[in-house]
Design a protein around this ligand. Structure first.
Ligand code: XLS
Ligand code: NI
Ligand code: NI
Length: 450
């Protein structure tokens, strides 16, 4: 039994009595202890940092506590107690209570939220913001009690119908202003709660048809909006990263934050490439026609890698299923690219991931998060072997060795003209010999690390 905010007793929401612990790869489940970590040994040092610091797991409010289990054909299937009729603020406090129970139960060091996940919308923006702040106070208390920290906050600029034609990219400047006021509130709350990042997902920043859309204006609006956010970040002294979350489509047909390459071009155009980074999600990458690893590697190369929403999609489906990750080879390659990009830094691995709609038992949330955390930990260990063994990095180094020669460097440093290059090819009668890319051999090597 637990205390609820009104002081009354409430039954525990999850059946697990204690925080899950590390038991090692040989752990055998029992009726008393059905679940424990086999790989997530949070104090174990991997490449100079503890697993806890390398992985920085976060549980999201959005899918795990906000979403009711609807789909386009079906009503909410979960019937969480806080979704039942009742005083909306009391329900929001109950939700926060259970959410923190889960964070502690799976031993996740961080959480993430949207303003509309944590508190009901009021009659005016002032009322909505005040309600968000009241739950913010509850968070501050619970964070203090539990040691759980905030990975990021974000404003929901997509659910309410006022945003149906976009937030920053709306044809009506009053909608832009409304969105700005909402972001100001959540950015300030994120700052006060010591959040490590602030995320912007442009879920309505896109369009359906050019017949009613002035694309050039909308891009300029989006650039101004983002600059306002960055200006305010500096004004209030927020030290966290501002992150954009690329996604090519869904809910709109064309979204402006399509993928890493597109976001980088946009940031450059608005002078923000040193101010804003990206929060990447596996299935958003797939929907854009890329692998997750590609998006991470590109963001790393461009210096804008920020954080991850650790989901997976379904190869058979063309939409964002936001499932918990469960594919070791895929996640190991992801973690390898994260390490190559310099590690997760101020970001984290956020489970912006959904249960399946039939997973209606409260404990399904525990199984989902714990299974995903253990998988990511195991993947980190594989990635560590990939790096430490050195064969893969060595292969790359050898493959590109020509570029480290004096002649290769001179070309890259702009010391050779097209004329000079052409003359040299003729003078030396150059006939470059193709060399095998050895993909199969490298794939064999990667398999040996599992
Ligand atoms: C939706 C996005 C969303 C963001 C946060 O596809 O993943 O959940 O992570 O707004
Ligand atoms: Ni996401
Ligand atoms: Ni998503």
């Amino acid at each position: 039994m637990k205390n609820d905010p009104s002081g009354a007793r409430r039954p525990a929401y999850f059946s697990f009595p204690n925080t899950l612990v590390y038991r090692g790869p040989d752990f055998v489940p029992s009726a008393q202890e059905p679940l424990a970590y086999r790989y997530y040994d949070k104090k174990r040092v991997v490449l100079g940092k503890t697993m806890e610091e390398q992985l920085r797991f976060a549980v999201c409010y959005w899918h795990s506590f906000g979403w009711g289990g609807t789909d386009p054909f079906g009503e909410p299937s979960f019937r969480r107690p806080w979704h039942a009729a009742g005083d909306p603020m009391a329900q929001a406090e109950l939700k926060a209570d259970v959410a923190f129970d889960l964070f502690r139960l799976v031993d996740a060091p961080f959480f993430t939220f949207h303003d509309r996940d944590i508190a009901p919308e009021g009659a005016t923006l002032a009322e909505s913001n005040a309600q968000v702040r009241r739950i913010g106070d509850v968070f501050a208390r619970k964070m203090q009690e539990t040691g759980v920290r905030l990975l990021w906050g974000t404003a929901n600029l997509f659910s309410n119908r006022r945003y149906m034609a976009g937030a920053a990219t709306n044809p009506d400047p009053e909608v832009f202003m409304y969105a700005a006021a909402q972001v100001k509130n959540v950015l300030e709350l994120t700052h006060e709660l010591g959040g490590a990042n602030y995320v912007l997902w442009g879920g309505r920043e896109g369009y359906e048809t050019l017949l009613n859309t002035d694309l050039k204006r909308e891009l300029a609006q989006l650039g101004r909006f983002l600059n306002l956010v960055v200006e305010h970040k500096h004004k209030i002294g927020f030290k966290g990263q501002i992150l954009i979350e690329p996604k090519p489509a869904e809910p709109t047909k064309h979204q402006y934050d399509y993928d890493v390459g597109t976001v980088y071009g946009f940031l450059k155009a608005h002078g923000l490439e040193k101010e804003v980074k990206v929060n990447l999600e596996q299935n958003h990458a797939l929907l854009a026609g890329h692998t997750f690893e590609h998006e991470i590697a590109l963001a790393g190369a461009l210096g804008i890698f920020g954080s991850l929403d650790m989901n997976r999609g379904d190869e058979m489906l063309g939409w964002d299923t936001d499932q918990f990750p469960n594919n070791l080879p895929q996640v190991a390659l992801t973690m390898y690219e994260v390490l190559k990009a310099g590690g997760i830094g101020q970001g984290g691995l956020n489970f912006d991931a959904k249960l399946r709609r039939q997973s209606i038992d409260p404990d399904d949330l525990v199984w989902a998060h714990a299974t995903a955390m253990d998988l990511c930990a195991r993947a980190l260990l594989v990635a560590e072997r990939m790096l430490n063994d050195g064969a893969l990095p060595r292969h790359l180094q050898e493959r590109y060795a020509g570029w480290d020669s004096a002649s290769g460097r001179a070309i890259l440093q702009g010391q050779r003209s097209l004329d000079e290059l052409a003359r040299e090819v003729e003078a030396r009668k150059l006939e470059p010999q193709p060399r095998s890319g050895q993909q199969e051999r490298l794939e064999h090597l990667v398999n040996s690390y599992f």
